[in-house]
Design a protein around this ligand. Sequence first.
Ligand code: FES
Length: 576
Amino acid sequence: MSSKSNGNLRSREWFGRTDQLGFIHRSWIKNQGHPDQMFDGRPVIGICNTWSDLTPCNAHFRILAEQVKRGVYEAGGYPLEFPVMSLGEAIMRPTTMLYRNLASMDVEESIRANPLDGVVLLAGCDKTTPSTIMGAASVDLPTIVISGGPMLNGKFQGRDIGSGTDVWKFSDDVRAGRMTQYEYAEAESCMSRSDGHCNTMGTASTMACMVESLGLTLPSGAAIPASDSRRRRLSHIVGNRIVEMVHEDLTISKVLTRQAFENAIRVNAAIGGSSNFLLHLLAIAGRVGVDLCLEDFDTLGSHMPLLVNLMPSGQFLMEDFYYAGGLPVVIQELRDHLHMDAITVTGKSIGENTEGAKCWNRDVIATFDEPVQKEAGIVVLRGNLCERGAIVKPSAASPELLHHRGRAVVFESIEDYHSRIDDDNLDIDETCVLVLKYVGPKGYPGMPEVGNMHLPPKLIKKGITDMVRISDGRMSGTAFGTVVLHVAPESAIGGPLALVENGDMIELDVPNRRLHLDVSDDELARRRAAWQPPTAPHTERGYARLYVEHVTQADQGVDLEFLRGKSGAFIPRDSH
Ligand code: FES
């Protein structure tokens, strides 16, 4: 590994000069009270903070940033914290996914434009993790991620409840008359009772595990609860370590190798991770130039066993996962199937990092030989309804629906769905297939998490809990059901999904990786000739326009096409 001496640090281009620009760079920042020795050639560490009151999952990040600063100072570095766009999953409209790429641009340009030698990314809520990594990867400095940590277990009426997952259940209970509005309101405060992100194996926890399995954080970094003092301790140690990484010139691209991505895919299968993982991992791979495609997820992950018994597929929550031993145990269980020599931010391999990991609760983390479920990874479907692929998460689905043929009940938009789904006269039964159009990247725009459509109340009252649902949108990582997602090409650009009509027969055959619309080619050609592309709302100007003009499809990670790749850390011109 090459090493960087203080004399050739990137920050010296700003702080190491004796000319007028050097005066300006140092003088203004000294107004914060920084003494002269901060400019003596020590590594300058950026702390990229997605803190925001509007991102509740990241609202404790200023405390973590202070801990990182302590560690950086202690190791002889100079820490400088800066804010970037934050994406609050539970609040932003129309969907945070619309803004993931925008936030990544903010991160990328903020890092590159400033005198930084290394970066610590503070991320937690769903999109704050991929967006910060995507941006940092396009600059390629030494980088460590600190995940914010999950909330403590929710507590309601004497039992544990999980973020998101129980919201979907409670909402169905209210619709079916099994829960009162008073209880529903009471559950709000019981679900989110501490700092941290969603505590199920939803997208945020999946992203935290992705960070750890990619080797981008310190061991156990995924699962320590946000409120546990060990999360702050880890942040302090990260501050120490990032300074060493600068000296070692251990850049993010040295960690994000093809091996690391393969490890992340296999670990994601074993934890029952969110389907959103695919989109984010593909986008990150696109930034660092690692060749990754949709089929890799099926080939590498679909036959992996499910080891972690967490909601939404299972029973427990992230707090339990940490006490059971956390991700290091999972990594050790999978050791014969992972690249255990993949290098991580510790400077050691992922195998060395997790050596000796012990499991303290086999109800939460199963062994490889006696898993929770035998084959759990996300499956990639092909067929005339999804020429560029679609996905389904078998661990969240009903086994009896994984091979199913049914009559399509079509909704032409999310508004159409909301206006008709509660109608008792809707012509639908439990064998039907719900189809939702125009919720893809360009169509919505932003590919919202609406793929897990609620079932019609008249079927819920009959005791029906799952039906096959198909869309070009996404599904919350906290949700469950036999839900086919990410259909590509999406309906808004004329993908075959746009041509489905009420009454068409659709066959889902997960064992054979097939999604088939049983309509003749001639009839599809006739429908295509008559098809009119819709215009997504509010896309005439601004970022939304840029987004719909340049966003890629689900099989390429939904990044903006011109953001793929990296520009590195070099800036050809001085500030003027
Ligand atoms: Fe932030 Fe779920 S809402 S992680």
